[in-house]
Design a protein around this ligand. Structure first.
Ligand code: FA5
Length: 349
């Protein structure tokens, strides 16, 4: 074997190693180590062949071979989940003809993916994105949304307060829902208005498989002339179908939120119970509750400086974790925050 052939062989071994190490699911690192670096491994045998190459050409080839060995060891250590052992740095001649190592591609977190999907759906329907702060004042989180002071409905959402006061001397708080964005949007622009918002909210709640103390919501607000419950029902049905497929049905049940009248809870037909057996997700009811919604209360329109005689609107708000769990078949909300790569890699985006 001459020096050129030796280099080509080294390049072929590196290629085949790169392909093997990037395989999903990952190959057994010990087996790979044996195959490439073991005593009778492909690289070890190639290094042994160096003896047939004239001395003056052998030295740079040896350095290239050692550099490849170190890179492979580091990649294998990474695959085994341990940091590569710090060995002495090997100076190799830079060979720009060698192929690069394939870089593993990152994926979107299921929550980010779900928020993007929701955003795409609402942008298509002509909604624009609105924003609001995570640390809110009492006025935007409660009062302007028709929660009077000391009203028991405030207890529906256990609040985290922060050590700062708002302009009226009240404690600032971590927003308990995305509904304050309704007020912020109306303060910025008068109707006709079609906005949505996705973001984090906080509640002092115990964590379990379907609850967290910090989670994400989507909020939607549509204010125009003659907006009716029929518009709300059409919008909810359309975006559920967009997210979960055209076979998904929606239904409304009467419910109470201070900032809408009438108010409703929106259910979607269960996408898990296909077998006809008792479904553990919907508990055999065939329906899953996914959102709160309703016609914007006149007091909220007034807080947004809109005349309720002239304008009407609908609003809705849903939990993004619950949507993500349904989209990806995740049965425990905590898995969304643990960032366990074994779970994240299963979510094929
Ligand atoms: C609200 O937060 C209202 N702001 C929604 C709304 C908006 C109603 C506009 C009417 C008009 P609720 O507290 O039900 O409502 O929360 C809405 C959704 O957030 C729930 O359906 C659920 O999907 C999700 N959610 C509530 N609490 C938690 C929690 N602790 N962990 C994760 N998701 C939660």
């Amino acid at each position: 074997m001459n020096a050129t052939e030796w280099k080509e062989k080294l390049s072929a071994i590196r290629d085949s190693f790169s392909v093997s190490i990037a395989k999903k699911p990952a190959e057994n690192p010990e087996a790979l180590e044996q195959r490439f670096l073991g005593r009778k491994g492909e690289l070890a045998l190639l290094l042994r062949d160096l003896k047939d190459i004239p001395l003056e050409e052998r030295k740079p080839l040896g350095a290239l071979g050692n550099a490849a060995k170190q890179e492979m060891e580091a990649k294998l250590a990474e695959l085994k989940g341990s940091a590569p052992a710090a060995g002495p740095a090997v100076k190799a001649d830079l060979d720009l003809t060698m192929p690069g190592w394939p870089l593993p591609k990152g994926t979107l977190h299921p929550l980010t993916h779900t928020m993007n999907r929701l955003a795409e759906g609402f942008l298509k329907l002509g909604f624009t994105m609105a924003d609001g702060p995570l640390v809110e004042d009492d006025y935007h989180n409660f009062e302007a949304l028709n929660f009077p002071p000391f009203h028991p409905a405030r207890d529906m959402q256990d609040t985290f307060y922060v050590a700062a006061k708002d302009q009226g001397g009240k404690d600032m708080l971590m927003r308990t829902h995305t509904s304050p964005v309704q007020i912020r949007a109306l303060e910025k622009a008068q109707p006709p208005l079609r906005v949505f918002h996705t973001g984090r909210v906080f509640r002092s709640e115990a964590v379990d498989a379907s609850h967290s103390f910090a989670f994400h919501q989507i909020e939607g607000l549509y204010v125009d002339k003659n907006v009716s419950m029929a518009d709300l029902k059409w919008t909810a049905a359309t975006f559920m179908k967009d997210l979960f497929g055209s076979g998904v049905k929606t239904r409304f049940n009467p419910s109470y939120f201070p900032f809408v009248e009438p108010g409703a809870e929106v259910d979607m037909s269960c996408i898990f119970c296909k077998t006809g057996e008792r479904c553990p997700v919907c508990k055999g009811t065939g329906w899953l509750e996914v959102m709160g919604a309703g016609m914007v209360h006149p007091n909220v329109l007034k807080a947004g400086k809109c005349d309720p005689q002239k304008w009407s609107g609908f609003a809705f708000g849903g939990g993004i974790e619950r949507f993500a769990m349904l989209l990806f078949g995740i049965h425990d909300m905590r898995m969304l925050y643990e960032n366990d790569l074994r779970m994240l890699k299963q979510v094929n985006l």
